[in-house]
Design a protein around this ligand. Structure first.
Ligand code: GLA
Length: 384
């Protein structure tokens, strides 16, 4: 995370007012991909990359947002905020403001600075980190607090309803509710969760393929529509199936012939991924690392072949990781179509693993990857 004291001085110099500063982390998902919007299970951890949001009140009725990452400032009348997104980084903070206003809060003028080190478009939830950090900052300004799960839901709505990306709840939830040294087994139906401790001897090695990914992109939306179409087919026979969370492998065997081949494959990924995710939480709790690794390998195969959410570079990153000492499990993490792989690696071998993986990936693909050895962090909070 960037230095909050430096960030505070930047805000002070720009806006002549000392800000309150909040941090919200990015995340890595250990297993459970494209299951959240099917009301299924996910197992993410917050990581030690974060967005900082600094906020101070203004008396001129303006909302001025500044991104240090983009080196750009935008100014709006608080009483006359845009109702639609403009495909600009400011959509994310403005979306949060719009949702809070829609909840009946009167939003006064303020200056907001944002600065993050979550790699953008890498499947590590840079957008959710911006939303959650902004939400905490604005809530503090208007003297409101929401429980973490409610705050996450408001931020998800900002992304769904304002930004126009049809994401599920996972990213905002873990950014708001992460726990140090833990992943969370989250039930996306009722947002109940169980802590999944990550033993100190396991490192989270995140390998960035450097292939860009965007949840707002068409592939994510197409996959989601295919998943929902499969669910609708099953629901014609079993109306109690409202989401694929409720469906079984037997349902797919019985009614799969009524689905398009792609819908059936996507659904098979989601239904089996839900089972794998719950099994992975048990394997982690029982310290059965061989089983955890097997489930991650199977999850990657399913994500790549049935969901067709991977890409050649990510498949290569996973395959190369499997040849290296210290690996417990590897798979593509996040929304797919590029981004990062998550590698659970024995801590004592993590540095050598990262170096070797970077070298082999560069040799094979011709792109220098970025590899980060991360730590499961706490969720969003005030830092200054
Ligand atoms: C993105 C979305 C999440 C989730 C993942 C895939 O990160 O924002 O809601 O659907 O993709 O698991």
């Amino acid at each position: 995370m960037h230095d909050p004291a430096v960030f505070r001085s930047m805000h002070l110099a720009r806006f002549q007012a000392a800000p309150a500063v909040f941090a919200a982390p990015g995340r890595v998902n250990l297993i459970g991909e494209h299951t959240d919007y099917a009301e299924g299970f996910v197992m993410p951890a917050a990581i030690d990359f974060a967005t900082l949001a600094g906020i101070s009140p203004r008396s001129d009725g303006k909302i001025v947002v500044y991104s240090e990452n983009y080196g750009e400032e935008r100014s709006f009348e608080a009483a006359l905020l845009p109702a639609i997104a403009s495909k600009h980084w400011s959509d994310y903070p403005l979306g949060v403001v719009a949702i809070l206003a829609g909840e009946g809060h009167r939003i006064p003028g303020f200056s907001l600075s944002l600065w993050g080190d979550v790699p953008l478009g890498s499947g590590l939830s840079s957008s959710a980190a911006v939303e959650v950090a902004t939400a905490l900052a604005v809530c503090s300004l208007i003297e409101t607090t929401y429980p973490g799960p409610v705050l996450a839901r408001l931020c998800q709505r900002a992304e769904n309803e304002f930004v126009g990306a049809s994401c599920g709840i996972m990213d905002q939830f873990i950014s708001a509710n992460g726990q140090e040294n833990h992943a969370l087994l989250l039930d996306c139906r009722d947002l109940s969760f169980r802590l999944a401790p990550i033993p100190a001897h396991i490192a989270l090695v995140i390998a960035n393929t450097m292939v860009k990914h965007s949840v707002a992109g068409g592939d994510y939306t197409t996959r989601r529509a295919e998943v929902e179409a499969a669910c609708a087919t099953i629901a014609r026979h079993r109306p109690e199936v409202r989401f694929l969370r409720d469906a079984t492998v037997e349902d797919l065997e019985k009614w799969g012939h009524e689905m398009t081949p792609n819908s059936l494959k996507r659904a098979r990924h989601v239904v089996t991924e839900n089972l794998r995710t719950q099994a992975a939480a048990e394997a982690l709790a029982a310290n059965d690392l061989a089983e955890l690794g097997r489930l991650m390998a199977e999850a990657h195969r399913s994500y790549s072949q049935d969901f067709e959410g991977s890409c050649a570079e990510a498949d290569a990153m996973v395959e190369l990781a499997r040849q290296l000492p210290g690996l417990i499990g590897a798979r593509l993490t996040g929304g797919g179509f590029g981004g990062c792989t998550i590698n659970l690696v024995e801590q004592s071998q993590a540095a050598a693993f990262a170096k070797a993986l970077a070298g082999r990936y560069a040799d094979r693909i011709g792109i220098e990857p970025q590899i980060h050895i991360c730590h499961a962090s706490g969720g969003a909070h005030r830092v200054l």
